[in-house]
Design a protein around this ligand. Structure first.
Ligand SMILES: Nc1ncnc2c1ncn2[C@@H]1O[C@H](COP(=O)(O)OP(=O)(O)OP(=O)(O)O)[C@@H](O)[C@H]1O
Ligand SMILES: [Mg+2]
Length: 310
């Protein structure tokens, strides 16, 4: 990097004891977590949990009541040439309406002392080159989101912070975003992205930070967070001999429930045990599936009762 204050290992984000109190609410409450370079970290929490406030404190747009947030060991306010280090997409559709996409980016380049050709490169990076000369007011929501990402990428930053970037994107746009962000993480960049789309987060994120009511609920690799849930795997069984199998499974101290389609939901034993039990009982099986809990189920369990809106 140009001013030599960064080494390749310093794209880590560290949030430590961060608190923001507004008049009527403690929006962020003694929050601590870390975000590692080379990974996509999903920042999750119910509405009003404090995600945007945290991201805004990271970017020096909101002053913390107490605690610190650093990027590569420095507070954002202490970075010289911050756009070269940290890209941020906090909300789409903030551009001069009559300006073309390319001109919007060129204005930012000029203001930040970045070479003009970065505007063309960033536009190409997000696939917007065909719309370069169209006016911003004619951009679709998804195109505005892409332009916001292009603006964040102008300084070729090592760290990218995005607040709900998938809002308004169509399935193709979401898939594009996933590939784009994963690619950036693969290059060693730090990607912190908030989202409500839990199924998408499960595909996108390597790590998650889950907050509720301003406080940390859980952080870690997605697989580990999902695996840590008390209620583990469940086995789904379809059989024409449900009663017989239920009796046999209960004798193995399994818990068996039947859903509205007559499918058995078996807890407490694994699929091989169910298969062996069925075989021993001479019961025919039409389906035997292990269902892992997904991020959505884990999120809802972890944040249950911690209402986001305060
Ligand atoms: N400028 C402000 N003045 C007063 N209260 C605020 C301000 N900004 C945020 N809050 C409050 O802080 C809490 C956290 O809000 P925040 O926007 O950080 O949540 P969020 O996790 O981003 O929610 P969402 O998922 O809905 O975007 C909310 O109760 C909100 O009303
Ligand atoms: Mg928000």
């Amino acid at each position: 990097m140009s001013d030599g204050q960064w080494s390749p290992s310093t794209g880590q984000i560290v949030v430590s004891g961060l608190t923001k109190e507004y008049k009527n609410v403690r929006a962020v409450d003694n929050l601590s977590f870390t975000v590692e370079p080379g990974r996509v970290t999903g920042f999750l929490g119910p509405n009003g949990a404090g995600k945007t406030t945290t991201l805004r404190m990271l970017l020096n747009l909101v002053t913390p009541t107490s605690g610190t947030a650093t990027i590569g060991g420095r507070r954002y306010a202490d970075l010289t040439d911050p756009l070269r280090h940290v890209g941020a997409v906090l909300e789409a559709s903030s551009a001069h309406k009559g300006r073309t996409g390319i001109n919007h980016l060129r204005v930012i380049c000029a203001a930040a002392g970045l070479p003009k050709q970065r505007a063309d490169e960033a536009l190409a990076l997000v696939g917007l080159t065909p719309a370069a000369k169209r006016k911003f007011k004619g951009y679709s929501l998804g195109m505005k989101q892409r332009l916001g990402i292009a603006a964040a990428m102008l300084g070729d930053p090592r760290v990218l912070i995005l607040d709900e970037p998938a809002n308004g994107l169509d399935p193709e746009g979401i898939r594009w975003m996933r590939g784009f962000l994963k690619g950036l993480a693969h290059e060693g960049r730090t990607i912190l992205v908030s989202s409500h789309l839990l199924s998408e987060m499960q595909l996108l994120a390597d790590d998650v930070v889950i907050i509720a009511a301003g406080q940390l609920v859980r952080q870690g690799p997605v697989e580990q967070v999902i695996g840590s849930m008390a209620q583990g795997q469940r086995v789904r069984v379809r059989t024409p001999n449900a009663e017989e199998l239920t009796t046999a499974l209960k004798a193995q101290s399994a818990t068996v429930a039947v859903d509205e389609h007559g499918v058995l939901q078996v807890d407490g034993v694994d699929a091989p045990t169910v298969g062996r039990t069925a075989l021993a009982a001479g019961v025919e099986l039409h389906e035997l599936t292990t269902e892992r809990p997904d991020l959505e189920r884990v999120f809802l369990e972890l944040t249950a009762g911690k209402a986001g809106i305060r």
